[in-house]
Write a protein that binds this ligand. Structure first.
Ligand code: IDP
Length: 136
């Protein structure tokens, strides 16, 4: 059964020219792009997106980082799209958790600057898609 997930190529990924790399991996996996936009997020959008982390030590830096430059927001669709993209992304920490062969494992070293976001459940995906693509 097909489902949707929300992917962000975060500002570090855009700055490093990795948008094409991320999209290529999504497509090679057999997932489809349903919507895509390059934009700079405002604070309200970033705060909504990361609401679950409000109060954590890294929250302020995270919102600064996500709003600090253009990012690419993508709705990805396909069978098991949520876990499939999490597999492509790799674990949150690009060195300790993400393995080589994953986006974070291949291209990242820092926990904050880990290049991509992918929704962690189908429910989170629908919540996040409403934030980034309210008309979809
Ligand atoms: P996820 O992106 O792998 O789902 P979350 O735990 O939801 O990971 O964290 C959201 C984002 O917050 C991470 O992708 C990363 O950019 C940042 N982050 C998470 N933990 C830390 C930390 O300990 N220090 C700095 N940034 C962090």
């Amino acid at each position: 059964m097909s489902e949707r997930t929300l992917v962000l190529v975060k500002p570090d990924g855009v700055a490093r020219g990795l948008v094409g790399e991320v999209i290529a991996r999504i497509e090679r996996k057999g997932l489809k792009l349903a919507a895509l936009e390059l934009r700079t997020a405002d604070r309200a959008t970033a705060e909504q997106h990361y609401a679950e982390h409000d109060g954590k030590s890294f929250y302020g830096d995270l919102v600064d980082f996500i709003t600090g430059g253009p990012l690419v927001a993508i709705v990805v669709e396909g069978v098991r799209a949520v876990p499939a993209f999490r597999q492509l992304a790799g674990g949150t920490d690009p060195v300790e958790k993400a393995t080589p062969g994953t986006i974070r494992g291949d291209f990242g070293t820092e926990v904050q600057y880990n290049l991509v976001h992918g929704s962690d459940s189908a429910e989170s995906a629908e919540r996040e898609i409403k934030i980034w693509f309210p008309n979809l």
